[in-house]
Design a protein around this ligand. Structure first.
Ligand SMILES: NC(=O)C1=CN([C@@H]2O[C@H](COP(=O)(O)OP(=O)(O)OC[C@H]3O[C@@H](n4cnc5c(N)ncnc54)[C@H](OP(=O)(O)O)[C@@H]3O)[C@@H](O)[C@H]2O)C=CC1
Ligand SMILES: O=C(O)[C@@H]1CCC=N1
Length: 275
């Protein structure tokens, strides 16, 4: 069986861990690592997996998933370099970090695949966007995609599209949660009990998402079908347009992509950037 080490089992790392276990992967084949050994042990006990420090976990694994914050990558790669060889596949989930950074810091020939997943992997509904580095062979991409398909959908893109993908689907669930939160508050403003407002909005979100996926209809057509002449929806849409919500989304998502690019640029490929 393939042994998988998740280095940095925080929010997205634990989401992957629980998604893989729910999808039927044997916990005996999974290892987790966190900076705090106590937190790693606690997580390991909760999921019935092993906890090791990063270097020991990587040495014992066939696939090393890197899920630390981009700011924490340098010391981690320094600790992994002595234990990794080209027989181990490195899968990076970190926003902004190019495969070239890993390739420069790890032994020659280690295959690296860059992935931008998202948290809905806890319910098997992730969107994961995958790109291979220069030593990644078709079998490395296929193995990565097989793992990620067990927790959702997978799309392969050129690495140059990863910052955009990060802004769209990596961060995307947060935009929907933000919208839902605001819509629930609107129900409170209108005098509904919070529980009622929450149920109305969540079911509307689930229903709208299911229609988008299952009908394949364009979002404009689906919105137009809700928007009766002289009715309630167009009154709300006028306010959304007055408040430039569409422009705000374009600017917000562009800001996320620029931030992803900057996170990558903060690391010189041949060594840490001073200051
Ligand atoms: N959250 C999300 O929705 C998504 C996040 N990502 C990417 O995933 C990465 C992690 O993000 P997120 O999960 O939100 O962050 P978290 O802070 O929740 O998790 C980061 C984890 O890394 C651990 N860590 C740091 N250094 C080491 C080390 N040397 N060895 C082992 N573990 C270490 C931390 O351990 P400790 O807790 O003990 O300090 C922590 O658990 C980022 O690069 C982000 O860009 C990608 C897609 C979506
Ligand atoms: O906010 C972040 O930086 C990470 C990457 C994508 C989602 N969360």
């Amino acid at each position: 069986m393939t042994t998988i080490a998740i280095l940095g089992a925080g929010k997205i790392g634990e989401a992957l861990l629980s998604g893989l276990i729910s999808a039927g992967r044997d916990p005996a084949d999974l290892i987790v690592s966190r900076r705090s050994p106590e937190r790693a042990q606690e997580l390991a006990q909760r999921h019935g997996v092993r906890a090791l420090d990063a270097a020991a976990a990587a040495a014992a694994a066939d696939v090393v998933v890197v899920a630390v914050k981009p700011q924490d990558i340098e010391p981690l790669l320094d600790s992994l370099a002595p234990v990794l060889a080209p027989s181990t596949l490195v899968v990076s989930l970190a926003a902004g970090l190019p495969t070239a950074l890993y390739e420069a810091r790890l032994p020659a020939g280690v295959p690296v695949v860059r992935v931008m997943p998202n948290t809905p992997m806890v319910v098997g509904e992730a969107m994961s966007v995958v790109s291979g580095g220069s030593h990644a062979q078709p079998e490395h991409l296929e193995l990565t995609e097989e793992l990620l398909r067990s927790v959702g959908r997978v799309l392969r893109v050129p690495e140059g599209q990863q910052d955009a993908a990060t802004a769209l689907s990596g961060s995307g669930p947060a935009y929907f949660f933000f919208l839902v939160e605001a819509m629930i508050d609107a129900g409170i403003l209108l005098g509904l009990p919070r529980g009622v407002s929450t149920e109305l909005i969540i079911q509307s979100a689930v229903g709208a998402a299911a229609m988008l996926r299952e009908t394949g209809d364009h979002p404009v057509a689906l919105r137009e079908a809700v928007t009766s002449p002289g009715g309630t929806t167009i009154a709300a849409i006028r306010e959304l347009e007055n408040h430039r919500v569409r422009a705000a989304l374009l600017t917000a998502i562009e800001a996320a992509a620029l931030r992803s690019r900057d996170l990558g640029r903060a690391h010189r490929i041949d060594g840490p950037t001073a200051g």
